[in-house]
Design a protein around this ligand. Structure first.
Ligand SMILES: [Zn+2]
Length: 222
């Protein structure tokens, strides 16, 4: 009798196991992340290229850019965007490779994240750059719009000094084919701003603001 029961149950066991696994299928979870627009996030510097540095408290741009970019990725993914990072660890990635990643991915926008530095310890605040794209007025105007949304959100959340939206010929925002901006999210060389940048809660606000600005750009697209 016991043997008969076992025989009856055996064919059911593998089927039950498979059914249980179904909701955990990686295919199901990746679909929700790939339906939104593709956004490439570029974490400035990395590896041997440390970027700006300052002491008391010690602060290194390459670490701060990666910390911020990872958080921006998290918030954009939560909003349904498909996010690609040009680097996700402390490695050196040449500028042309960063551009290539964005162009090959067919990204809708490119956002490069940096922190500022000056020999003079006084300057502080946040500025966002876009490039005047020769022969592509559509890229120029979209980049300017994106820069404006992101800067507005950054100032709203942090109350930092706004240094404005500015035009600049930086390689990564010039050579990328899609609308592109470069965010300078504070001065490592300014003591007060450096102390804020050491606070994870402040960096989290920066990341949320960048994600919100990107989201507004897509939602208010004309
Ligand atoms: Zn930089």
């Amino acid at each position: 009798m016991r043997f008969l029961l076992l025989l009856l149950l055996l064919p059911l066991l593998p089927a039950c196991g498979a059914a249980k696994k179904e909701p955990l299928s990686p295919i199901g979870s990746s679909v929700s992340f790939s339906t939104g627009p593709i956004v490439v996030l570029d974490s400035g510097h990395g590896g041997n290229d440390h970027g700006a540095k300052a002491h008391k408290p010690y602060c290194e741009e390459k670490r701060l850019t990666l910390q911020t970019t990872r958080l921006v990725k998290k918030y954009l993914a939560q909003l349904g965007y498909h996010v690609i990072m040009t680097r996700s660890s402390d490695t050196f990635v040449p500028l042309d490779k960063r551009v290539e990643i964005a162009n090959k991915a067919g990204s809708e926008i490119f956002v490069s994240i940096h922190f500022n530095s000056s020999r003079n310890p006084t300057p502080k605040g946040i500025e966002v750059f876009f490039c005047d794209a020769v022969g592509s007025p559509a890229k120029t105007s979209s980049s300017r719009r994106l820069a404006s949304f992101v800067l507005t959100q950054l100032i709203r959340r942090t109350h930092a000094v706004s240094r404005g939206v500015k035009k600049q010929n930086f390689y990564v925002i010039r050579e990328t084919k899609m609308p592109a901006i470069l965010v300078e999210a504070g001065f490592i060389s300014n003591q007060q701003e450096r102390e804020q940048l050491k606070d994870p809660a402040y960096v989290d606000q920066l990341a949320r603001a960048i994600a919100d600005g990107v989201d507004q750009y897509f939602k208010k697209k004309v």
